[in-house]
Every structure is written in C-alpha cells, then in structure tokens.
Design a protein around this ligand. Sequence first.
Ligand SMILES: [Zn+2]
Length: 376
Amino acid sequence: MLPDIENLLKLQGTDKEIRRLQDEIAEFPKRAAVIEQKLAGTKAQLEKAQAAVKADEAARRKYDTAIADLRGKISKYRDQSLDVKTNEQYKALLHEIQFAEKEIAANEDKILELMVNADARDKEVKAAQAELKAETAEIEKEKEQARQRTAEDEKQLTEWRGKRDQIRTGVNEDLLRHYERVSKFRGSGLAEVLNSKCVGCQVMLRPQTYNEVRTGQHTVICDSCQRILYFNPEHELVPEKMTITRARRHHPKIDAPQAWYYKSDFANEGEVYMCLTNSGGQATRRVYEMHTGRLFGDILSREGDYRHAFPEDITGAIRLNGGWKEEELEIWGTELPMVVLDALLADLEAARYEMQARPAAKPEAAAAVPTEQAAS
Ligand SMILES: [Zn+2]
C-alpha cells in the first residue's frame, strides 16, 4: 500500500473520531433540555395540586360563612317567635327555621366532602413534591456528569486534532486537497475495492483500473464517485472460503490439453502465470504478468506437446487448476480478466498452503519426470 494511502486511512480514522466527539459534545445540551422539560412538567403538576388545595380552602370558608349566617337567622327567628300573636305566624317562623336548618345540613355535607377530598389532595401535593425533589437531584447529577464528560471530550478532541494535523503533513498536498473535497461532499474520501467494486459507490471497476489499485503503485481515483481507492488483500479472500478451498483442492490432470502454471520469476520480470496448451501436434505458451494479468512477450508455438516443448519453463513452476477455451483466451487478448486472475490466485494460495502442510507436494522438478499428483 502507498504511504499516502496509509496516511489517508489514518486521517480518515481521526476525522471519524473527531466527528464522533463533536456529535457527542453537541448531544449533551439536547439531553439536558429534555430533562429540564420533564422537570417543568412535574413543577406544573405540583402547582396544579397546590392550587386545588387553595380552592378547597376558599370553598370551605364560603360554607363556614354561610352556616354562620344561617345560624344567625335561626336565632333571630327564635327571638321573633316569642312575640308572635297568631298560630299562623308561629308556623311560618318554624318553617323558616326548618328551612335554614336544612341549608346548614347541606353546607355541612359539602364541608365533609371537602375534608374527605383534602386527604387525597394532600397526597397529590406530597407526591408531586417528592417527585420534584428526586428529579431535581437527578438533573443535577446528570448535568455534572455531562460537564465532566464534555470536558473529557474536549480534551480528547484537542489531542485528535493534533494527531490529524500531524498526519496531514505526511500526505501529498494535491491528494490531500482531493481527499478533503470528496470527504466534504460524500462523507468519506477513501473507498476500499472489494470484489472488483468500489465499496463507496458500488460501481464495478474496469479490469485495468482494478489491477492498478491492486498493484498499488500509484493512486487511483474512482471514476464514478471520485473517492481515492485502496485495496486490502486480507479482505479479498474470505478465510472461511479459503479453508474450504484448501481442504478440497482439486488436482490438475497430468494429461490436460491446457495447463496453468505459476512461476515466481520469469526472465527476471517477476511473478507470472503461464498457460500451456496442446493443439494439433503443437504446443503454445502464453505468459501473463501475475498482478496485472497483462500478456508478457509473444505467444510462442513449438512442435510437440508442451511438456517436451517447454521443459525449462515447467521446471520449478507450480501447477495450478485452470481450464478455459482457446476462443476465450483469444478474446481476452493481452489482458486476463479479473475473475481469471482471482481464480488463479485463490488456487495458488491453496497450493502453497498444501505444500506447507504436505511437503511431498512440491513444485515440478523436471519435465521428464512429472511429480504433480494425479487427479483425485
Ligand atoms: Zn466509487
């Protein structure tokens, strides 16, 4: 991986952490507002309960006054009854007295009702007061925690900003500008390439672009989303899948009309894949650069079968699984498709694993004495 890309990945990590801290700091006042609102609700409830108590007290006073007035009237009627001359007048006064007594009883009933209610009202007030006290204590605790947390976050934010500035100095300026521009619009400036796709926008890359990202010799930008692309070989091969492949690796047939080989160094040009085919008494050899899949040199044809026509190439090479039609090879021309490169690479990994596990399975020693295993 290019050092610039490694630094940008670190930068992306710090940017993410800085954003997380900023979001967290911004979140505290919102949470405090929610608690304050709840507190205001409890306060209103308490005030309502207290107002109800006051209203009851006022009503009680009103009934007490009414009763006192009625008692006054009764006493006045009794005084008058001493001076009445006729039986009718006496009866009328008695009627007034009875009426006032009924009124007194009605008022007394209402007072009794208020007294019964007063217990419930008292409980409401006390409950609201207790709740308010608990909530106030809770909010103070939360506010204190928020204060401490914010202070801690601010401290970390300063540290992360310092780290970010440090990393920025290690990245090429143009690339950094590009990264920041794309980050601003898309939320991220980097995208991993997985299974020939840009993870950022899910668009399939052209084989050549994919190969360029894989080799990691210069920076490549996604044509469709402009993110800077990177490749992590550890993510490409799922370990589980590899285990299965390794456990069940098929072995190529010795007499196959087409054979694929891996050579760690070909004509001092590095790692290559070689495709040897037998057809009509002729052997053909194609050599492809391993990482880019580009055809290397000319396609060679010689008399006889490939084992005897190209023995020097087979020596020390690792035989791989692979069989494609002659027409396909021609259509691909000078560049192997990614699927073929991936299949060959997966089989190469499996073959290497097998060689480690079972030393008997070794690269080919010589063309005359093929040591590869027979098909299982
Ligand atoms: Zn993209």
